[in-house]
Design a protein around this ligand. Structure first.
Ligand code: C2E
Ligand code: C2E
Length: 310
């Protein structure tokens, strides 16, 4: 095991922390220094070597800037520094946590961990040496958070190409790229009509139609969260619209299903009703610094337009 030079561990016991981490409590010892912003904390940490540095994450819009600061510290200051992120409000996406860890954080402390547990977790990383590889360019990590720049209905071929390419993307976690679901409507509902009820709000969630099935790919969704995601996507209970569901969530299963889908004759593809096709397919929302979560808007269910063949 490699010994780290003694002078580089001088500040090992120092704790540089955002003020909010201690929830109003005074510094726990003379080793603690508190800062009222992540920027001030980052500036001080740039001189540190083996100290513990604790960022606060109070909204999802801060993820990218904190990620950049962590990446810079880890690349420039090395593996002895203990970098921690304390979530202070509501849950952030699992993909955000993965980004922070990928940039070099030792640990992300969830918002619902009480202060006492938070202190235990801070203690748990003492003496640790960071051993994961951090890419030189953060752009690689940011890009892998949203590899699919599409949303909503896609023609069959575009859908197969997009999901196929995603399965071959080695920057994305193995068996954690998302869930593929095929849904067959209940008798009396055509798939084109079912599609008018399918409104994926999240960029990266795409859908296509063929062989009397509606096929959805939900980016980064994990299998236990499938029902939660479907509730966000359909305004009615899914069991009222669809009688049968097939699900694939491991890379190999998804890739095999995409091979089957590609082999399907074009006559079996279906086109959406005109009104659904008019909805812009490309996701326009970006995660910028002023982003706030919006309140969901009401959805009006579409009836069959006049003149559409039954
Ligand atoms: P949640 O709303 O209970 O969703 C739990 C998990 O279900 C999400 O974990 C995600 O894996 C999946 N999921 C839910 N809705 C969708 C969807 O429309 N598309 C896809 N592909 N997956 C979906 P995740 O991403 O780790 O997020 C954790 C929690 O963070 C969410 O719990 C929610 O409370 C919050 N959150 C994340 N992103 C947003 C957002 O854009 N807006 C809002 N309002 N909350 C969000
Ligand atoms: P987006 O990813 O395209 O998501 C658009 C909308 O889908 C969100 O609007 C929210 O209404 C809904 N949504 C997506 N995922 C979830 C989820 O897991 N749970 C719930 N309950 N709703 C979900 P919103 O909240 O106004 O966000 C607008 C945009 O801001 C998002 O577009 C995304 O680009 C960014 N954003 C919001 N929250 C997060 C987050 O926690 N992490 C990241 N990385 N981006 C976020």
């Amino acid at each position: 095991q490699q010994e780290i030079a003694p002078q580089s561990r001088n500040d090992e016991r120092r704790v540089l922390s955002h003020l909010s981490v201690l929830e109003g409590a005074p510094p726990l010892s003379e080793n603690w220094s508190l800062f009222d912003s992540n920027d001030a904390l980052f500036t001080e940490a740039r001189q540190a070597q083996a100290a513990t540095v604790i960022f606060a994450l109070s909204s999802n819009s801060q993820v990218e800037s904190v990620a950049r600061q962590i990446h810079a510290l880890r690349r420039q200051r090395g593996s002895a520094m203990k970098i921690i992120v304390r979530e202070s409000q509501g849950s952030v996406r699992a993909t955000d946590e993965r980004l922070l860890l990928g940039c070099g954080a030792n640990i992300v402390i969830p918002w619902n961990a009480p202060l006492s547990r938070c202190l235990t977790l801070i203690e748990s990383v003492q003496g640790q040496t960071f051993s994961r590889q951090v890419p030189q360019e953060i752009a690689i990590l940011l890009e892998s958070m949203q590899p699919l720049r599409l949303r909503g209905y896609q023609p069959w071929e575009t859908f197969c190409d997009s999901v196929g390419a995603l399965m071959n993307n080695t920057l994305l976690p193995k068996d954690g790229k998302g869930v593929l679901v095929a849904l067959r409507p209940v008798p009396g509902i055509r798939i084109e009509q079912a599609l008018t009820l399918c409104r994926p709000p999240r960029a990266g969630d795409i859908v296509t139609l063929g062989e009397n099935r509606l096929v959805l790919f939900l980016s980064f969704c994990r299998i236990p969260d499938l029902d939660t995601a479907l509730k966000h996507i359909f305004p009615l209970p899914v069991a009222d619209i669809f009688s049968n569901r097939m699900v694939w969530y491991e890379d190999a299963q998804i890739a095999a299903e995409i091979v089957q889908m590609r082999a399907m004759q074009p006559e079996k593809w279906s086109k959406p009703l005109k009104m659904t096709a008019d909805v812009a397919p490309v996701a326009s929302q970006r995660h910028d610094d002023n982003a706030r979560r919006r309140v969901p808007t009401l959805i009006t269910l579409l009836s069959e337009p006049e003149g559409e063949p039954r």
